[in-house]
Each structure stands twice: as C-alpha cells, then as structure tokens.
Design a protein around this ligand. Structure first.
Ligand SMILES: [Zn+2]
Length: 170
C-alpha cells in the first residue's frame, strides 16, 4: 500500500521540460529544468500516483516556489499541495519529503541553526519565513527550530491567524 517516496531522487538537469519525462520512473524521481535560470522542478509524484508534477521555480512565469540548495540537496518553499488528482501535500527539505497528511515531523536543525533562530526571536510575533529571510536560512529549518523552542518554553507561537508567527517568551 505504501508506495510513497520519502526522498527526492535527483536524476538530471535538462534544458527543456520534455527531456525530463523519460528520466522519471519511480515516485520521487526528479529533474531540474535550467535555461539561464532555474525554470522548474519536474517530479514523478512522490505518492506513486504516476503523474508528473511541474513545479514552477521562475517567478517571471507566475506563481513560483522558492528553491534552496542544489541538485542533490534541494528544498522548496512553500509546501507542494496538489489541488487536483491525488491531492498530495508534502514539504521538500534537503531532498527529504515530509508528508503533511501523515504529520511527518521535520527533523531537528543543527545546533548552530537553533542558536541563530533563538537569537533572532523578539518580543513581537514574527512569521517564521521572515526570520528565515533575515538569517538566509531555509524556512523549514526555522519552522522546525521555532516549534522546538516553543516546546522548550523559549518561544511562543501565535494563535489562529497568527499561527506560524513566533516570539520569545523570556
Ligand atoms: Zn500523486
């Protein structure tokens, strides 16, 4: 039953979208389309439904995801949520796939990242993505750090519309 991939399997960088098609066979197989700039990530849907997902990475071409890292260690922000078909919803962080509907927990960031995030919290609620931008970190690392700090009582998350925003408690 479980054919879901838990990692991105990077296959190639190509210039044209259609060159990616024959390379993507298993759930999670992926190729980057690069022509001067990153254009898209093409991916065999990691839930095993057999569809190819094209994730736009070029803001000039409309709604785009942010890509972090490189071919072998890739992160995307925000999460990928298919509105049609299999309705897959997942986070890609450092080429690892975290399934949102399984409530997969993000890995704990390195201690130095925890320190940076801790040092960046203020008395005001701040969206984790803003903290990530200020620190030039992948937002998933900051979100994971903030959740851990909240569990330790060091940080506090906003409620309702302010979910995803964090401040320090002490
Ligand atoms: Zn799918």
């Amino acid at each position: 039953m479980n054919k879901r991939a838990n990692r991105l399997a990077f296959k190639a960088q190509v210039e044209q979208r259609h060159e990616a098609n024959p390379l993507l066979k298993m759930p999670g197989d992926a190729a980057l389309v690069y022509r001067g700039v990153l254009r898209s990530l093409v991916m065999a849907c990691p839930d095993g439904c057999g569809e190819l997902l094209t994730i736009n990475l070029d803001a000039r071409a409309g709604k785009a995801w942010r890509a972090y890292g490189s071919q072998e260690v890739l992160s995307l922000f925000p999460s990928v949520w298919r509105e049609t078909g299999c309705k897959s919803h997942f986070i890609l962080w450092q080429s690892k796939i975290y399934w949102c509907d399984w409530n997969d927990e993000l890995d704990t960031p390195m201690e130095d990242v925890m320190e940076l995030v801790r040092g960046c919290l203020s008395n005001e609620l701040v969206p984790y993505v803003d903290i990530a931008d200020a620190l030039q970190l992948v937002p998933w690392a900051v979100l994971s750090a903030c959740h851990r700090l909240a569990r330790e009582g060091v940080a506090q998350e906003g409620k309702n519309k302010q979910r995803g925003q964090f401040r320090r408690t002490i």
